[in-house]
Write a protein that binds this ligand. Structure first.
Ligand code: PEP
Length: 244
């Protein structure tokens, strides 16, 4: 199975989402084994879910809170994003780690809350440029993945996103992706056994229609988590075709 997931970040209004879906539906020929997902900002979840009716598009949230309800101004719960149309949730994106203080300590409760709500979690991991330059890449990833020990979250996917490759136009090399994805696979097997052997590992970081085919040929790459290029429905469609 391959997954092509769009992370719209803080982009698009309702009109943009509507136009995106019109173009997608006009050009998309879904094929077995290729999952398409879009993670819009919270306010667009119900609209997107409605527009996706009759298609296999999966709608994800970009984040949600670990607590079920209460005095957490500005937050939304797992039940709320599900009620608004999400079937999964991205967790631990590097922008949330950087700007919102997301850490392993906050992410484990979120993973558990997502699973309890029946949401498929997509856990993002990745090293900064300073960590890579210091030779710490694999140690950083090991620590980020360690929260999965002894768990078994249904629908879990991992997105390897080197922070230095996100939104920079600087895509990781095939050799770098191959090394890290093989390492993540080994860690997942050690942490999760059979589930770890089958967990999809996506690559993210400046994926475009020009580099996706080459990235998909790397062993243990099961698709992409795509930011910038996913805002354009024509490019998203092309990414889906390349994954087929
Ligand atoms: C992302 O936001 O997850 C991402 C990978 O962004 P971009 O494709 O723009 O690098």
């Amino acid at each position: 199975m391959r997954i092509v997931a769009a992370n719209w970040k803080m982009n698009h209004l309702r009109a943009d989402a509507t136009a995106f879906m019109e173009t997608l539906k006009a050009g998309w020929k879904p094929v077995e084994g290729v999952v398409a997902a879009v993670a819009p900002p919270f306010p667009l979840l119900p609209l997107l879910q409605g527009l996706a009716q009759g298609t296999p598009l999966r709608v994800y949230a970009q984040n949600a809170h670990a607590e079920a309800k209460g005095a957490f101004t500005g937050e939304v719960s797992m039940a709320m994003v599900q009620d608004a149309g999400a079937c999964g949730v991205i967790l631990g994106h590097s922008e949330r780690r950087q700007y919102n203080g997301e850490t392993e300590a906050t992410l484990l409760p979120k993973l558990k809350a997502a699973a309890a709500q029946g949401l498929a979690p997509m856990l993002c991991v990745g090293e900064t440029l300073a960590q890579r330059d210091a030779g710490e890449t694999l140690a950083v990833l090991k620590a980020q993945l360690a929260i999965l020990a002894g768990t078994g979250f249904p629908g879990l996917a991992i997105a390897y996103e080197p922070v230095w490759a996100i939104g920079t136009g600087r895509v990781a090399t095939v050799a770098q992706i191959a090394e890290v994805h093989a390492f993540i696979r080994g860690e997942l097997k050690a942490l999760l056994g059979d589930q770890g052997a089958a967990t999809p590992i996506l690559y993210g970081g400046s994926v475009t229609p020009d580099n996706f085919a080459e990235i998909l040929r790397v062993p243990d790459v099961a698709g992409g988590l795509v930011g910038g290029a996913s805002l354009d429905p024509a490019k998203f469609l092309r990414l889906l075709e390349l994954a087929a």
